[in-house]
Design a protein around this ligand. Sequence first.
Ligand code: ZN
Length: 244
Amino acid sequence: MKLAVVCCLHGTEPYGLEVIKRLPVSIPSFIGNERALQEKKRFLESDLNRCFPGNKDGNHEEKLAHSLVNTLSNFDYVIDLHSSSNNCPLFGIITNPNEEKIELAKQLGLKRLVIMSESIASGRALIDFVKCGISLEIGPHHKVENVKEVSDSIFNLINNKNYSKKIEIYEVFGIIKKENQNVLIKNFQEIKKGQIIALDSTGEQKAEENFTAILVNEQAYSGILCLAARSPAIFINPASYKKS
Ligand SMILES: [Zn+2]
């Protein structure tokens, strides 16, 4: 299995450096955006994880994206490490779902997998341009336990341990805009239609439909309260997965 691990596509997510230090030297690892990391910025000119496949004559991030796609084309599996500003449990993110990607999530021992649907995802993330890619998300950024939890999941894959027989799968179907400042919901909470999800002196915001909340109050997504996902019971239908 040719596996590569990529960290720090976003310069404000340095925990990934600690994760790759723990991995065996036999696993190639790549730092996505070293300059952004040095400057403690998410990106310098454009969000690296929104500019794949990149451009060799483009801006800083577009050049990095172009070079990374070339480098990673030699690998069968790519794990892309991220962290969030919000407090969220470890989960995987895939786009264009297929059985191989879901199997990879299970081998990582993940309990939760989120499918970004084409209508929501930019289609320009790193994982859109590798053979079989998954992003791992965990938060908040500087929680020390994140390093162990994420490196343990990569060791699950390497050592064939802790296979996740049960994995909760969600599909993101919408984006909930932030209308009020005090957010009342948590990651992976099941929200019912009519439930108050945020409020402040200007009023309260009620859920317009049932959904599972993901990446609640994430600083990187300004103006967004959370992503709305369908509960797995509604979504899981292997026949609907595209074959790669
Ligand atoms: Zn990130």
